[in-house]
Design a protein around this ligand. Sequence first.
Ligand code: ADP
Length: 701
Amino acid sequence: MKKSPNHNIYSKLLYFITIMTVFFMLLFLSLYIFNNRQEKQTYQNSQKQFNAEVQSVLKLNSDGPTALLTDLTFWEGLGSFTISKDKIWFKKNIVDNFKHHDFELIEVYGLDNNPIINNEYSKIKSKVIIPKEALEQLNKKSFATFYIKSQKGIIEIFGTKIQSVNNLNSKNYGYFLVGRLLDKDYIQTLETNSNSKIKIVESNTIESNDRNNMSYIFPLKNWNNETISNLTFTRTLNLEYNNTQNLLTIIVLSFILFILIFIYYCRLWFFAPLNTVTEILETGNKKSIDVLKKAPGEFAHIGNLFEENRNQKLELVKAKLKAEENDRLKTSFLSNLSHEIRTPMNAIVGFTELMMNTKVKEQEQNEYLNIIDKSGKNLISIIDDLIEMSKIDSHQITPNLTSVNIESCINELYDTIKVTIKKSKKIDFFILENKSPAHFNISTDEVKLKQIIVNLVTNAIKFTHEGNVAFGYEVIEDQQQIKFTVKDTGFGIDEDSHQHIFDRFRRVGDDKSIKAGGLGLGLAISKAYVEMLGGTIALESKIGKGSVFSFTIPLVYDKVEMITVQPIKNKTNIKGEEEGTILIAEDDNINFLLFQKIMKTKNFKIIRAQNGQEAVNICLNNPEIDLVLMDIKMPVMDGFEAFEKIHPIRPNLPVIAQTAFSSNEDKERILKEGFSDYITKPINREKLFDLIDNVFKKKVS
Ligand code: ADP
């Protein structure tokens, strides 16, 4: 099948995810930029406000001393003091007046720029000399604020010219200066007022730009307007912009992580299983099905469905092959059937015509009759097999369990089969020695059991020219089974054929099997019977060495009567030669004629009854009758009814049924009714004599 070349779901999903990622990234970026701008704006505003606050605090801070100096009312006195230098007056009027103000320094300089009061009233212990340049500046401006460095630290100086208050252009007497040391207390007060942290830093120190803090730098300038140091005000800005950015970063990283995890699980949960599904559909690979069965979620179920489907497919393929094989077998069966039927029919028709149309010598005539007889029997066995197989197919056969004496069953079979072995075959036929015989009757279907053994033994004889054919049974107590074995030293069966030898219409394709003929139904029927009885059948065979067929049936004792196990005798073909009277109940003249001819070789007195009623009458009136050969299908009264009437009156009179119905069900019915035995038509001479022998033997014993 053609694969759709591209744009499969996976690449489509990746495409979609990429677009989504780009979209979200742009969204995050714009959020980031917007946030940054906001931050900047807020920062600037706060900074502005902070600057204004600090400036007003500084203004307030310097406003006091400025106002104080401006408001001085004793300028006249101070002017006089620069001349008188009366320190008592100074102390009393100036120093005591300033006592309540936090000035660490109070100094007066004369116009010669030399100190008149220097350090006497200073709280600062070291001497502080105001430079000449500063005083000159002061002279020009009449009022000045500047900072100077001293040993104790930076001092803020407020200075003014000493002049008459009312006239600023009046004479200058000198300079009056007060100062505040920028010490701890000073800084602390300023810090409280400005609500900020204050540091004095060197003028060349560059403060680091910290976004979380606002700062304001106030330069401390000397009289020359030169910065000697800076006062840095810092206030923390509690805007936490970093947190917002961190949050954004976390969101972006989480988003990327989520996408990666999503892709990973998509592959694991959907695309990998989908690929496996495709592979399974394309190749039907068993390994892929096993992989899919382990996949997560519904795919495991799909895997199981695939497995079921695959098994069904395999079953179908098997069934198809089997159907084809069956078809082939049926075709070959039909051609076999045609051949198997035509061959004996040809012989029968051909030799009968030959005998009718030409004069043949007695020896040839016997030979032809032999061929016709054999061909007829062949035909009957083919028809029997076909009827049996179709009954098995239509499930018409069920086991008819009776109490079976296995010992006598085996002996009877031996006797029956032994007589059928052709003299030309150099076969030693015997019963296998039994180490564990059955001591009680077994509950099984006797007719089917016998049929299985007969099939196997006749095959063994058929496919053995020289050597041994033996059969027997043994009880396997621990497995609760009886095992029957049929051995031969014949052609054997090649190993390839073992597997199918029990299939119907199956024949080994070698020349010998083809020559031996048969429809290939015997073993199939035997297997069906064995399984019906609850057992199994098996084969061991090697080409050229012979075969061993064995089958089992369940060991179900019918513990009524103990069996006396006879030691295996050296069996011989015993022929009954005793004289006796036989009633033949037969409506068909030709059949009666055939009986008469067969019996001619023996010394029996023959009486005929033409129907059942006649047979009853004759039996009741002739006590010398030793045996009845009762045809089942007769006019007026059939064989069963006649037997029903005879049996209660002469219970010991053996009655052998003769019938054209060859099915096992008919045979079973005959035995069930109480007939001594049965013989099927066309009558087999040897078998008939065998049955008669048995009857007379029993009578003697
Ligand atoms: P058929 O009625 O044609 O003999 P069976 O089902 O009885 O059919 O046997 C099938 C085939 O199995 C025979 O054609 C023969 O090739 C092979 N076979 C059966 N029994 C034996 C045996 N004892 N020795 C060798 N081959 C055997």
